[in-house]
Design a protein around this ligand. Structure first.
Ligand SMILES: Nc1ncnc2c1ncn2[C@@H]1O[C@H](COP(=O)(O)OP(=O)(O)O)[C@@H](O)[C@H]1O
Ligand SMILES: [Mg+2]
Length: 249
């Protein structure tokens, strides 16, 4: 059974179609990147898939037990320490009280946080460290599916790469499947098993492709070649870098 199965999803805001006929399956432990120009409906599709927005059309079947979400902004509670931000997720998930401290340490380690980072407040942490806390918080209740919505867009290039490696390692270690939204094709080519391209004009998916090789084991030259090949030869990617400023979300 699929971890997530979307069938013919359609949605509109105020009469304007943003998604139509979107069908996509994500297997257990599979990372599928979702790309498309700004404003094409990527976040809307993730909200629909996660059950936060009721679609106008289509069906969603979830084979996963528990999901988590990671956004572009870390969305931490400013009045709580890193540890307390992570602990709250465990409390909300009704994680057994006696096992919480150990699980918090495990999640922090998966997100590459050091014990001395944990008593700090968000304001004392850099952007990259805050995003690690957000990832640790997402991982803490041991989700088997994670929605990532452009989580690294605000980070600089070197940091972005480290965070991508972290997601690949965590996905392999904790065996979660993921829908990973990005508008960075190189990011998709580094971390995903497959890539789905959304159409800019709400006409659904332009295509779904296997990414050659294994996530985390693709050398930079391979990532570069994969992206060049998509852009030069694959019609599905023809409008992926279009920008419509009026529709920017
Ligand atoms: N709650 C909403 N109400 C009205 N329009 C919305 C709402 N959310 C998103 N939109 C519009 O739907 C389109 C798709 O948005 P979004 O899913 O955020 O795109 P993306 O994540 O690909 O940038 C955009 O034109 C956006 O302005
Ligand atoms: Mg978005």
């Amino acid at each position: 059974m699929s971890a997530l199965s979307l069938s013919r999803i359609g949605h509109a805001f105020f009469g304007r179609t943003v998604l139509s006929g979107v069908s996509l399956d994500v297997g257990p432990g599979e990372v599928v990147a979702l790309v498309g120009p700004s404003g094409c409906g990527k976040s809307t599709l993730a909200h629909i898939a996660a059950g936060l927005v009721e679609p106008r059309e289509g069906r969603i079947a979830c084979g996963y037990r528990r999901h988590a979400m990671v956004f572009q902004e870390p969305r931490l509670m400013p009045w709580a320490t890193a540890a307390d931000n992570i602990a709250l997720a465990l409390r909300l998930a009704r994680w057994p009280r006696a096992a919480r401290a150990a699980r918090l340490a495990e999640a922090a380690a998966l997100a590459d946080l050091e014990p001395e980072d944990l008593p700090k407040y968000p304001v004392e942490l850099s952007g990259g460290m805050r995003q690690r806390v957000a990832i640790a918080r997402a991982l803490a209740p041991a989700p088997d599916f994670i929605f990532f919505d452009e989580p690294f867009t605000a980070l600089d290039v070197a940091l972005k790469r480290r965070m991508q490696d972290l997601v690949v390692a965590a996905a392999a270690a904790a065996r979660f499947g993921a829908l990973f939204i990005t508008h960075d094709l190189a990011e998709a080519a580094r971390i995903a098993h497959r890539i789905a391209v959304l159409d800019a004009q709400g006409r659904g998916l332009r295509g779904v492709r296997d990414v050659p090789g294994v996530p985390g084991a693709r050398p930079d030259v391979a990532v570069f070649a994969i992206v060049q090949d998509w852009l030069a030869r694959d019609q599905a990617f023809a409008h992926v870098h279009d920008v419509d400023e009026r529709r920017r979300a």
